[in-house]
Design a protein around this ligand. Structure first.
Ligand SMILES: NC(=O)c1ccc[n+]([C@@H]2O[C@H](COP(=O)([O-])OP(=O)(O)OC[C@H]3O[C@@H](n4cnc5c(N)ncnc54)[C@H](OP(=O)(O)O)[C@@H]3O)[C@@H](O)[C@H]2O)c1
Length: 304
């Protein structure tokens, strides 16, 4: 629906909406945007890893549509700065410190986020965007710290999303409403060289999400997964830096090589992911799996 109305609206924006048909389309677009703004305004979202990159783009998009957003990451300062920026532009936002790798931190942060939503906006947290993640590269062998490397990736990328979901789910189920979007990766669908721990943790997240979606069927809580290929974010900047150090190539060349691994040949923009997240929250389709390669989002069939 959204893409359809947007596509109709494009020529209107370009021509200034001169003819009658375009004016109709423009009204349809405004009506749809107003409806969506209204439906977002009634919701509060908790976004992990919201201090920068993809999470920050999701926060900007949801807040821009009127949702109250609670931003979480280990660096509280990053989240507070973004929350202040969002409030300054008319949005509603708050920040909490969270380390998704720690069960105690997740419990405390979720309790704080619920309290902030209730106290400041009379709302419950009804959307969860599990976005916090790490990616560290290492060859398969020889590798001295294999145990620690795998443990870190599993704790943050898999258990982090799992335990945040499980902290919020009982209340969502009780109310019969909730939206959960797990940001996995194309590394949940494919293998990549030198990031076996990352790939394993994202495959685990996808497997867990598929099973959870089956259990949530009919509960009013919808769980979707987004699998982006390489994204233009600080995480990819860091990968390019590491490749440049190891190979002696420039960082720019390393970024080009990473982008070339995407089927589209270009890096995914964080805003493209934010758009899909918003759509999943709005549509509430349980079990959705969306792959983003820098071109159009690809919605996988439910059975996959
Ligand atoms: N970049 C890509 O190419 C790409 C592709 C596919 C999927 N993804 C996934 O998308 C998500 C976001 O990636 P990004 O590219 O935006 O990464 P990023 O730029 O490195 O940002 C990661 C965010 O997660 C937070 N974070 C990291 N560890 C955390 C922890 N233990 N607890 C709480 N927050 C934590 C970071 O803040 P602090 O460090 O302050 O905690 C930061 O806000 C990740 O799950 C990533 O795996 C990325």
């Amino acid at each position: 629906m959204r893409c359809f109305v947007r596509a109709l609206a494009l020529p209107v924006d370009e021509t200034g909406g001169a003819d009658a048909r375009s004016a109709f389309e423009l009204r349809a677009c405004y009506a749809y945007d107003a409806q969506m703004h209204a439906s977002c305004a009634g919701h509060a979202a908790f976004i992990t890893g919201a201090g920068r990159g993809i999470g920050a783009a999701i926060a900007r998009r949801l807040a821009g549509e009127g949702a109250f957003v609670v931003l979480g990451a280990r660096s509280l300062g990053d989240c507070e700065a973004l929350a202040a920026e969002l409030r300054a532009s008319g949005g509603r936002a708050a920040a909490v410190a969270i380390d998704v790798g720690s069960p105690e931190s997740v419990r405390a942060a979720v309790a704080r986020a619920v309290e902030l939503a209730a106290r400041e906006h009379g709302q419950t947290l009804d959307w969860l965007i599990n976005n916090a993640g790490i990616a560290q590269s290492a060859p398969l062998v020889p590798r001295e710290d294999a145990e620690a490397l795998f443990e870190r990736h599993m704790q943050v990328n898999f258990h982090g999303a799992r335990r945040t979901l499980e902290a919020l789910l009982p209340e969502m189920k009780r109310r019969g409403y909730g939206r959960i979007v797990n940001i996995a990766s194309s590394a949940a669908l494919l293998g990549y060289r030198y990031v076996s721990a990352y790939c394993a943790s994202k495959h685990a997240l996808l497997g867990y999400s598929r099973a959870a979606a089956l259990e949530l069927e009919g509960s009013g809580v919808a769980l979707g997964v987004v699998c982006p290929h390489f994204v233009d974010s600080p995480m990819t900047d860091e990968s390019a830096r590491r490749i440049a150090q190891k190979t002696g190539q420039s960082e720019e060349r390393a970024r080009e090589l990473l982008a070339a691994q995407n089927p589209s040949g270009v890096l995914v923009r964080p805003e493209q992911i934010a758009e899909v997240v918003l759509e999943l929250c709005q549509r509430g389709e349980n079990g959705a799996l969306v792959e983003l390669d820098g071109a159009e989002p690809r919605y996988h069939p439910r059975s996959s």
